[in-house]
Design a protein around this ligand. Structure first.
Ligand SMILES: Cc1ncc(COP(=O)(O)O)c(C=O)c1O
Length: 426
């Protein structure tokens, strides 16, 4: 639906003249198309694709998997963050190439689907689920899928939730494996070392239906901190100290055998490269860095390549940009900012994504956003016809990947496969 932004139209028209006296004149960002995207465009056309489509470049994906696996120190496990790679076929591909059977799962429908499709996989919940969702999970499993439930680590963030899961374990008459969420500085909940953690550890030890599976401590806030005054270093050291203290506390409750077998999960895409030995964590989880949406353009992830794009056909390519009701100002706007010279209307739009090819395309804040036919503007050298493809980079993967139906897998100049995605659910 087009939400024509009337307030912006009015303010936009009024602002054009005023703003031009305050700001330096923008340079022309348009130019020739990138041959990489022209090749993907040919592949999409050859595959008769003519709707907005999420494309994954399998060679780039593979390079990203190899970079991640190559970084892991001896003994460090890799857990695939399923929500950031929301397709069974994509997860299956990564499992094979990375040689891992560990998944991090974030909602009950995904937990059920993965238990059915990959009963051998070890699933650690990435957020604590209401106990009713856990109950629904057990009800959703048929007899065939039931063994998969043995491979699930349920995340708990409080003693109240632990008591609910203990009750569920009793009611089901089965052993539930408990993983304890640690607050290592993110302050999104979970335990810190101390009396509450002690109570949780002792309650698990005392309950025949519960098993202590390990800890999860996630710290994506660290690379966002400034390096000045050593803030980032201090936060990382602080996170690891909290983790070590929690492990020491656990070692005072459980025997060596249990401690040796624990999952010590940490990290995510933004931080996995901090882990160069297994002294604190013995596995890292990451997902997004394998497809690298724009939110993951960081110094630490510099070796990873963008491997996912939205490709969408141009519906209309217009030689000039004309604002409804503000046509009198079009010439001045164009003269001031050449990047508003031309217009394309694309098939769909309003995604969490930035246009990347053809170069220099941008949204028009005055015209507004549209999920139906979105306006993009470009400079005088913008050269794209109707039915050719505009490419955008998603900001994130977990929600954006679910909006386009089957993923188109690009490799060697062709669309070689289609990978269905999970149903959108939370
Ligand atoms: C607990 C936990 N671990 C790891 C991750 C990392 O996921 P990604 O690598 O896709 O950023 C997340 C993301 O939300 C998370 O919540």
């Amino acid at each position: 639906m087009l939400e024509l932004n009337r307030r912006n139209l009015f303010l936009g028209g009024a602002a054009i003249v005023g703003v031009s006296t305050l700001m330096s004149k923008p340079g022309d960002r348009s130019g020739p198309r990138d041959s990489y995207f022209l090749d993907v465009q040919t592949a999409l056309t050859d595959a008769n694709i003519a709707t907005p489509t999420l494309v994954i470049d399998r060679a780039r994906l593979n390079a990203n998997i190899d970079i991640l696996v190559g970084h892991l120190p001896d003994g460090m496990g890799y857990r695939i963050v399923a929500k950031s790679l929301p397709s069974l076929a994509l997860i299956d591909h990564i499992r094979r190439r990375a040689g891992t059977d560990r998944l991090m799962t974030f909602n009950q429908p995904m937990l059920t689907s993965l238990s059915q499709a990959m009963p051998d996989a070890n699933q650690l919940l990435g957020k604590p689920l209401p106990v009713q969702a856990a109950r629904n999970y057990f009800e959703s499993l048929g007899e065939v899928d039931a063994p998969a439930a043995e491979n699930v680590q349920w995340l708990i963030d409080s003693n109240d939730r632990l008591a609910q899961y203990a009750e569920l374990a009793r009611a089901l008459d089965r052993t539930l494996r408990m993983n304890i969420e640690l607050d290592v500085g993110l302050h999104r909940g979970g335990f810190e070392p101390g009396a509450d953690l002690q109570a949780a550890l002792e309650a698990i030890r005392a309950d025949a239906n519960l098993e202590f599976a390990g800890f999860m401590g996630y710290e994506p806030h660290i690379p966002a901190l400034p390096t000045t005054l050593g803030w980032r270093d201090k936060a990382l050291k602080g996170a690891w100290k909290t983790y070590r203290d929690a492990l020491d506390q656990a070692a005072s409750v459980f025997d060596e055998n249990t401690m040796r077998g624990l999952t010590r999960n940490a990290a995510g895409s933004p931080t996995y490269r901090y882990y160069e030995d297994t002294e604190v964590a013995n596995e890292i989880s990451a997902g997004s860095c394998l497809v690298k949406p724009t939110h993951f353009d960081s110094d630490l992830l510099e070796p990873h390549l963008p491997a996912s794009f939205i490709a969408t056909p141009v519906i209309k390519s217009l030689p000039t940009t004309r604002m409804p009701g503000l046509e009198f100002a079009d010439g001045a706007k164009r003269a001031w900012d050449p990047n508003y010279s031309k217009t394309v209307f694309i098939y769909g739009g309003h995604w969490l994504a930035d246009p990347v090819d053809p170069p220099g395309l941008s949204y028009n804040p005055t015209f507004g956003r549209s999920s139906n036919q979105e306006m993009l503007n470009g400079g005088p050298d913008l050269d794209i016809k109707a039915d050719e493809f505009v490419f955008l980079r998603p900001h994130q993967s977990e929600a954006v990947f679910l909006q386009f139906g089957d993923i188109a897998v690009y490799e060697g100049g062709q669309i070689v496969d289609r990978w269905p995605v999970f149903e959108a659910s939370a």
